[in-house]
Ligand binder design. Structure first.
Ligand code: ITT
Length: 190
């Protein structure tokens, strides 16, 4: 089976990608002996995806891909966006972020939001980018136990359930990451 390195420490993301890329042996940073907390200090998703992929290629001399994802809320001018991981502060939990966002959205009628993923792929000395977006809305309270991050308060357009209620299989079919990975796969299979 072809091996692919996914430059992430996030085990939820790794699990999702393994479910999608079943015909590849997808390994994470820990699996290649990288425990470094890579500093993601770019001011956009593409820049952070590039930092992660380049760190691995530069230090481990292997091809890999990395993703960076943000939740962009229209009424908050695109926040938390590239700061989605540490929206409630350095070292905060997923739940802290959810609570902060629900507070920021209190009383706001426009609940439109989108998840956006940018993937950077380093392959044979070249770099390629792929993007995936899913539109939806921010719920007024948490729904469901599945998924991770902001999934309990994000409801994709065309569905009556949150990502946390839809389950991984359905989420992967329609999600930001699922869509970006589909483009990556199409490219790899060309
Ligand atoms: P790596 O950088 O190690 O890959 P990370 O957790 O920092 O892991 P991202 O920067 O891509 O991952 O994501 C930023 C945050 O956005 C993440 O911590 C979650 O809170 C949230 N997030 C990302 N993907 C999500 C998803 O599919 N569903 C819900 N929330 C998500």
């Amino acid at each position: 089976m072809r091996k692919l390195v996914f430059a992430t420490h996030n085990l939820n993301k790794l699990e999702e990608i393994r479910e999608i890329l079943k015909s590849y042996d997808v390994v994470g940073l820990r699996d290649i002996g990288c425990d470094e907390d890579i500093v993601e200090d770019a001011d956009d998703l593409r820049g952070n995806a590039k930092i992660k992929a380049d760190y691995v290629t530069g230090n481990f001399h292997i091809d890999c891909f990395a993703d960076d994802t943000g939740l962009e809320v229209e009424a908050l001018d695109g926040a938390p966006g590239v700061y989605s991981a540490r929206y409630a502060g350095e070292g905060c939990s997923y739940h802290d972020n959810v609570v902060k966002l629900l507070g920021a959205m209190k009383g706001i009628e426009n609940r439109k939001a989108r998840f956006r993923t940018v993937i950077a792929l380093n392959l044979n000395g070249e770099q390629h980018f792929f993007e995936g977006i899913v539109n939806g809305k921010i719920l007024t309270e948490e729904h469901g136990e599945g998924g991770f991050g902001y999934d309990p308060i994000f409801q994709p357009d065309g569905f009556e359930q949150s990502f946390a209620e839809l389950g991984m299989e359905m989420k992967n079919k329609i999600s930001h990451r699922g869509r970006a990975i589909a483009k990556l796969m199409e490219f790899l299979e060309k």
